[in-house]
Design a protein around this ligand. Structure first.
Ligand SMILES: Cc1cc2nc3c(=O)[nH]c(=O)nc-3n(C[C@H](O)[C@H](O)[C@H](O)COP(=O)(O)OP(=O)(O)OC[C@H]3O[C@@H](n4cnc5c(N)ncnc54)[C@H](O)[C@@H]3O)c2cc1C
Length: 455
């Protein structure tokens, strides 16, 4: 009698028609994301990887894989394009990485709403919406490769959040379809706030198959860089553009000196030592935008129309958000970063104060956005000259002591980041409904370290 097959072998034999990735180096690569931005996570996650990777192409393939994994008790870690920053799609306990990029159909769009399969790249979704006169309300600077499911499962927002807040702001996500992790999987549609119980949960409390989003009217965004000699003038200019209701914009990013010196690809437009703003505004708003540049004494060093950006396949928006960090790390490997949100009403004074306290060890990079309540704020992805993990913790404590919210990007536990220590009751209820056996991306949520929380 043959010895019973290892569960992973059994999966590959019983589901031989699925697209399995068996090459060891590809399995290792597909078990990683951009957690290497953090020296802490780099240390913690070293060597963690899946035993196998499957790339399903249809709902039926996903259903059969989930059913068999449930029967064999094999964990699944869902992966989009692996651009997450916290080891979110790195399996801590082996099992299967479920690569969603083959499950990528654009389903429909009408009345400013679009629905697509979770593995669609955001760039493809935007491409499908634009001819209809619409665009995504917010997208990460990784939109070229990142998936819709990855943005929902692990992201926050980004370009466009100046108008529509983060993805989690009510009205941005209209509904999702998810599959339960059971031997007889069920498909469940969740609408509105119920859908958000699976948002930014790193694929730990539900495997999302389809997402329906509200869109924004499309514009032919003009991209510009404006440079300043003085920190305050640059910051106040950014704020003036961000809050001007008549200036239609998609992105306002402030990079204090010496961050611009790290952006080699934009070096011709960034005089050494300058403070810089990267802005995308609508053509009709350009005169008002230029008046504001003159009012604050800035200089426009770069201008590209949407058409030019399309034709060149290059956009300076890929130097904003955490792309700033990526470009800086390419020239200086001793850097890491922070994620904080300054407070409505006093964000400018907080940004100035923290800069005074912590520069040059911490370099100010803020993004102007509307928060979940619609208030204008600065969120920030500061660059930090890394020395020790203890000093990194101390810097975050200094921010908190000054009333600034820190979303620690150096953690691999869901609660310890954006969720500030606790999960919503709805997120826990979703875990019971969608993953009763606790097999989704195990080890990432403290609330279910001892098993799925009882009902
Ligand atoms: C250079 C750089 C810039 C970035 N800029 C931004 C930014 O501007 N804004 C921002 O929000 N983020 C940003 N990020 C983080 C990341 O790129 C985005 O959140 C992106 O949307 C993740 O998509 P992905 O397909 O790569 O997801 P992945 O990294 O593959 O997955 C992210 C998480 O979502 C889960 N997940 C994926 N698909 C599903 C699914 N179908 N169902 C359930 N869970 C799922 C995964 O398990 C994982 O936990 C940046 C990262 C980098 C490296």
């Amino acid at each position: 009698m043959n010895a019973p097959a290892h569960p992973i072998e059994q999966l590959q034999v019983e589901l031989a028609d699925l697209d399995w990735i068996t090459d060891a180096s590809r399995i290792q690569r597909l078990s990683q994301d951009f957690s290497w931005f953090s020296p802490v996570l780099k240390r913690q996650l070293a060597g963690k990887q899946a035993q196998a990777v499957a790339r399903p192409r249809s709902e039926d393939e996903i259903r059969r894989l989930v059913a068999l994994c449930a029967r064999l008790k094999v964990p699944i870690t869902v992966r989009g394009s692996g651009t997450g920053n916290y080891g979110q799609s790195t399996p801590l306990h082996g099992g299967v990485v479920l690569d969603m990029t083959g499950y990528n159909a654009f389903l429909w769009s009408r009345d400013g709403i679009a629905r697509a399969q979770a593995g669609i790249r955001l760039s493809e979704l935007e491409k499908a919406a634009r001819p209809l006169g619409w665009e995504l309300r917010c997208l990460p600077s990784t939109w070229r490769s990142a998936t819709l499911g990855g943005l929902f499962g692990g992201g926050f927002g980004g370009i466009g959040s100046i108008n529509h807040g983060p993805l989690a702001a009510r009205g941005n996500v209209l509904g999702i379809k998810a599959i339960t992790f059971e031997e007889e999987p069920r498909f469940v549609e969740l609408r509105g706030s119920d859908a958000l119980q699976l948002h930014h949960m790193w694929g730990t409390n539900g495997l999302v198959l389809e997402i329906e989003l509200a869109l924004a009217p499309a514009h032919e965004w003009i991209e510009q860089i404006v440079v300043f000699d003085a920190f305050d003038a640059a910051l106040e200019f950014g704020d003036a553009v961000a809050r001007a209701p008549g200036i239609v914009k998609r992105e306002v990013c402030f990079l204090s000196a010496p961050i611009p010196d790290h952006l080699r690809q934009l070096a011709p437009f960034l005089p050494p030592g300058c403070h810089a703003l990267i802005v995308a505004s609508a053509p009709a708003s350009e005169p008002a935008f230029l008046e504001t540049v003159a009012q604050f004494g800035g200089t426009v060093t770069f201008r590209k129309t949407a058409q030019e950006a399309r034709e060149s396949n290059r956009t300076i928006l890929e130097s904003t958000w955490n792309h700033t960090t990526l470009h800086a790390l390419r020239v200086d490997t001793t850097l890491t970063y922070l994620q904080v949100a300054f407070s409505p009403g006093c964000y400018l004074s907080q940004v100035r104060r923290m800069n005074e306290l912590l520069a040059p060890e911490v370099m100010t990079h803020t993004e102007f956005i509307r928060n979940i309540d619609g208030d204008l704020i600065c969120t920030a992805l500061q660059l930090v000259r890394f020395t020790t993990e203890e000093r990194l913790q101390e810097i975050m404590r200094i921010y908190r002591d000054h009333g600034v919210r820190v979303n620690d990007p150096h953690v691999s536990i869901v609660e310890d980041g954006k969720h500030q220590g606790t999960l919503a009751a709805g997120a826990i209820a979703a875990k019971r409904q969608f993953d009763p056996m606790g097999l989704l991306n195990p080890g990432k949520v403290r609330a279910w370290m001892g098993g799925v929380p009882p009902g």
